[in-house]
Structure formats: structure tokens, C-alpha cells
Design a protein around this ligand. Structure first.
Ligand SMILES: [Zn+2]
Ligand SMILES: [Zn+2]
Length: 350
């Protein structure tokens, strides 16, 4: 099959023929109809996140089941599906209680094994991890759900517990930040978006932000815009500065959700503990969303309250996915998520 592959971290990814994956017991092979390009793929390619080499990236996808492994009960060939980027084992205490997004034995297509920049991808523990897609949701739209949008949905609805009228401040307006903006706005929150990029803030406004703020130290402006501090802040960027600014932009009893990855020195960044204690702030990490929690999000996409396709900037082929990965060496573009259709590659071999 054709896939985007690289042999070493940072080596130019190429479209090449690779062996089609074998279907594991309990797993499924999904024929990839559409796959999104995410900054996490770039982190793995640049070596920030170790992956087996040679490697096929890609972890947000939608497609049809091509094969099911021994023991799979819920699924049949031909079903339209997507999957979260974190796939639980289905056996541990965390999976059993419904929190497969923190499974210690998790698999991740595009990280622990070959990903979806390919004609076929393996999903392990298919009964736990596959999500059925209604006919009304296009594969390109569903590919935009898998990582950033689902992660933002859980951050806003579960950890943020956002209700109509709440002030929500989103720091960082890349893919996950813009997803959080549009989801919080759809739930009736009043959203303030913070970024250093004017084009990113313009997109945030189009997607439902009521206020936009660009400032080196945005805390005072956010507190003013949120009528005394946000009920919920989300750091969708992932840096010591944004995480701290977001926490200091909360009102008393507020909730901060950390979605942006804290890499390198940021992993051990200090928190404003005095404020967290005196104001009884909550600080929660958020890591994807389990397949069992997809139905409310799918329902909001089906009835039009959420339109993740509005986050798509370009639709391309596998070579375009490789090019988009390399382009992430530069600053993030406000144009949106790049989605590749492996079946449209000029040299696809089916
Ligand atoms: Zn597990
Ligand atoms: Zn991702």
C-alpha cells in the first residue's frame, strides 16, 4: 500500500510502498478515507516524541472497516468509523471504568504503531475504540474530529463543565484552540480568545469568539473582558507563560484545563499555587476522549450545532500530507486543518 514514511527523525517524509498491516486479534484494519495532519505528528517527526522507525505518521482519520480480527464482536467489514487518538486496552481498571484515554497500556496509531497517512491503518481493541459514523457525516469532517476537536470537546464539556452564560477564555488559537472556541460558543458560553496572531484571532471570531485579545501579558485584558475573571480557562498552546496567564485570568472557584502539551522545560513549569489555594481554583489536564464519549459530540455535528468542517483549511493527497508535516517547521497558519485523502494519490494502488 502507499503511505507517507520516514526512516529517521527529521528526515524528509516520502510517499512510498510499504507492507499493508496485518490485522491483530481483537483489532480491525480501517481503509483510510481521510486523515488530518496534526502538530503532534510534527512533534514525533522532529523527534520530540519517540516513535518506532521507520514510521508512518497520522492519528486522526475516518474510513471503512476492511478487516476485523478474531474475537471482535461489535463490528463488520464496510462499517464507517473513526477512532480516538488514544486507544485503550479494554482490560485495565481505567478502561473498565470508561477512562480509556488514560489507559497505561494504550496504543496510538501514528505513535505506537504505523498511522493513518496510509491506505490502511490498524486500530487495536476495536470493540472499545471504534466509533460508528452516521452517513450524514462526511469522512473529511470526521477526520477533523479525531484528535483536536474531540480533545477540545472533552476539555470544554467535562473538565471545564461549561454552561450557557459562562465566561470561557481560550489561550492559543491553533487547531485545538479554535475547536474549543467553537464548541464553547455552541454551548452558549461567552468566549474570549487570546493569541499573538491577528489572523488566528480573526478565525476565532468567525468561529464564535465574542472578544479577542492580543497582548504580551493578556491577564488584565482577559479579566476585564470576562467581567472579573473567566469561569473556565483553556491553555490550548502549552507553555509556562500561557498556562500561568490562563490560571491568573480565572475568577474565584474557576477551572483551568491544560490541553496544550507541556514539552521540555515547560513540563516542570511552576504554577501560581498561592492563587490556586486562596481562590480554590481547579487545574486539570486533558488527554483526548474515549470512544464511548463520542456520541454527544457526533449528535451535535449531525444536528448542525457543531461544524468541525469549518476548521478544515485544505484537502489534499498523501504527498500533500507529507508537505504539510514539513511546513509545520514554520509558524502555524491560520488557514486551518489539512486533511489528506489517501485514495486520491495519483499513484494509489488500491
Ligand atoms: Zn486499558
Ligand atoms: Zn493530533
Amino acid at each position: 500500500m502507499r503511505a507517507v514514511v520516514y526512516d529517521a527523525a527529521g528526515q524528509a517524509p516520502r510517499v512510498d510502498a510499504v507492507p499493508r498491516p496485518m490485522c491483530p486479534p481483537g483489532g480491525a484494519i480501517v481503509r483510510v478515507e481521510a486523515t488530518g495532519v496534526c502538530r503532534s505528528d510534527w512533534h514525533a517527526w522532529r523527534g520530540h516524541d519517540p516513535v518506532p522507525l521507520p514510521h508512518v505518521p497520522g492519528h486522526e482519520f475516518a474510513g471503512t472497516i476492511a478487516e476485523v480480527g478474531a474475537g471482535v464482536r461489535e463490528w463488520e467489514v464496510g462499517a464507517r468509523v473513526t477512532a480516538p487518538f488514544v486507544n485503550g486496552c479494554g482490560l485495565c481498571e481505567f478502561c473498565i471504568r470508561g477512562d480509556s484515554q488514560v489507559c497505561p497500556d494504550q496504543t496510538q496509531p501514528g505513535f505506537t504503531h504505523a498511522g493513518s497517512f496510509a491506505e490502511y491503518v490498524v486500530v487495536h481493541a476495536a470493540d472499545l475504540n471504534l466509533v460508528r459514523l452516521p452517513e450524514s457525516i462526511a469522512f473529511t469532517t470526521a477526520a477533523a474530529l479525531g484528535c483536536r476537536f474531540a480533545t477540545a470537546f472533552r476539555a470544554v464539556t467535562v473538565h471545564g463543565d461549561v454552561h450557557p452564560g459562562d465566561h470561557v477564555a481560550v489561550f492559543g488559537c491553533g487547531g485545538v484552540g479554535l475547536s474549543a472556541v467553537t464548541i464553547a460558543a455552541a454551548l452558549g458560553a461567552r468566549v474570549t480568545a487570546v493569541d499573538v496572531s491577528a489572523p488566528a484571532l480573526a478565525r476565532a471570531q468567525e468561529l464564535g469568539a465574542a472578544e479577542v485579545i492580543t497582548a504580551a501579558d493578556p491577564v488584565d485584558a482577559v479579566v476585564r473582558a470576562t467581567d472579573g475573571g473567566a469561569h473556565v480557562t483553556i491553555d490550548a498552546l502549552g507553555s509556562a507563560a500561557t498556562a500561568n496567564a490562563a490560571m491568573r485570568s480565572l475568577r474565584r472557584g474557576g477551572r483551568h484545563v491544560q490541553v496544550g502539551l507541556m514539552l521540555g522545560a515547560a513540563a516542570t513549569a511552576s504554577l501560581p499555587w498561592d492563587r490556586i489555594i486562596a481562590w480554590e481554583l481547579s487545574v486539570t489536564g486533558s488527554h483526548g476522549m474515549a470512544a464511548k464519549d463520542y456520541p454527544p459530540m457526533i449528535a451535535m455535528v449531525e444536528d448542525g450545532r457543531l461544524a468541525p468542517d469549518r476548521l478544515i483549511g485544505a484537502v489534499t493527497d498523501l504527498q500533500g500530507a507529507a508537505d504539510a508535516l514539513v511546513a509545520m517547521d514554520g509558524p502555524a497558519l491560520a488557514s486551518g486543518i489539512v486533511v489528506a485523502l489517501p485514495g486520491t494519490s495519483a499513484d494509489a494502488d488500491g
